[in-house]
Design a protein around this ligand. Structure first.
Ligand SMILES: *Cc1c(COP(=O)(O)O)cnc(C)c1O
Length: 223
């Protein structure tokens, strides 16, 4: 087996039933994704719309593409026709822009609400109180081309497991608090990356996003 196939098998075996693995392939070449695809992986996460679209065009059409990175409103059009899940929805402006693009494509696009819980200022995501206010305004009932599937979040980047665990618990609480607003299709809690996914799973994650552990370190200088 290739290294990628080995790592996929290892991560897959460590996940309980009901936890979905998103293989985060951003910056990695299509050959790496083909290897993962040959090993049976079908869900891939990318963080740049143009790169995602190019890979979509080149690679097998049974792949489910997730957008996980910060998304600018003027780039939604690159991915709107085919994207399976936009995990990084972090503002009212972006939400409403996705609604418009989805309507143009005559699709309903699944999204996750990205919530800011990390201690770093720089991390993206909605402030939970602002998100609550937006939901309470009835916004989502007007947006018929968007289906809110759940919550996504990124824990603080630290070796202190207590801090990381606390962030994941907070995300789980946000998920539980929002669920009554959206009903049964609100079933996804996306949290956990290469360094921390076992803690995320222990805290109730239903979807982990694992990149470097599967594909190796990323080289941003090549892009
Ligand atoms: C890059 C990225 C990941 C994967 O990170 P690794 O540490 O390589 O596993 C997961 N989630 C988001 C939002 C990312 O941007």
């Amino acid at each position: 087996m290739s290294d990628i196939a080995n790592r996929l098998a290892e991560v897959g075996a460590s996940l309980p039933q009901g936890v979905t693995l998103v293989a985060v392939s951003k910056t990695h070449p299509v050959e790496a994704i083909e290897e993962a695809h040959a090993a049976g992986q079908r869900i891939f996460g990318e963080s740049r719309p143009q790169e995602l679209k190019e890979k979509y065009n080149t690679l097998p059409k049974d792949i489910e593409w997730h957008m996980i990175g910060h998304l600018q409103t003027n780039k939604i059009k690159y991915i709107a026709p085919f994207v399976a899940l936009i995990q990084s929805v972090d503002s009212d402006r972006l939400t409403e822009a996705i609604e418009k693009e989805a309507e143009k494509c005559e699709r309903v696009i699944d999204i996750l609400l990205e919530i800011h819980v990390a201690r770093e200022e720089s991390k993206t995501g909605w402030d939970f109180e602002e998100l609550k206010a937006y939901i309470d305004s009835g916004a989502f009932t007007r947006l018929s081309h968007i289906r809110v599937r759940g919550v996504m979040g990124i824990a603080t980047n630290t070796d202190d497991e207590e801090v990381v665990r606390h962030d994941f618990d907070t995300l789980k609480e946000c998920f539980n608090a929002l669920r009554p607003h959206f009903g049964d299709s609100f079933d996804t809690l996306s949290m956990g990356m290469s360094e921390d996914y076992p803690l995320a799973v222990a805290a109730g994650s239903t979807m982990v996003r694992v990149g470097s552990y599967i594909f190796g370190a990323r080289d941003y200088s090549k892009k």
